[in-house]
Ligand binder design. Sequence first.
Ligand SMILES: [Zn+2]
Ligand SMILES: [Zn+2]
Length: 141
Amino acid sequence: MMKGTAELLKEHQLKVTPQRLKIVKMLEEHGHINIEEMYREMLKEFPSVSLATIYKNINQMIESGLIQEVKLPQTKSVYELIKEPHLHMVCDRCHKVEDIVIGTEKIIEEAEKLSGYKIKESFITLRGICPACQKKVSEEA
Ligand SMILES: [Zn+2]
Ligand SMILES: [Zn+2]
């Protein structure tokens, strides 16, 4: 990300604190990260940080529109910085989460037309085997 981390927080009306800076940095680095991974990494720099504090920060950052929770089937939610609309792909073998930028407007529109719902939120996840794991599978065979 080009923008400074502190500016990013300020833009979202969030007070700049060392812990919030660290959270944004982790999200930039990992793309998607769950709360336990975040906690483990935070402890290295902030040995007295609690899980409750991380949740509090995360929730404030969600409210301010800086990050979002990505709900995944059969596994813990991950968090990411809000970017252009995209879908998520999850590998069944290595469990990595990747973004794929495909417009979902058509799907949402169609779903609204068919169901009469006014859709507020969508979590579209595609599961499969990533290219790296496909390669491993064929080498193992
Ligand atoms: Zn994989
Ligand atoms: Zn994503």
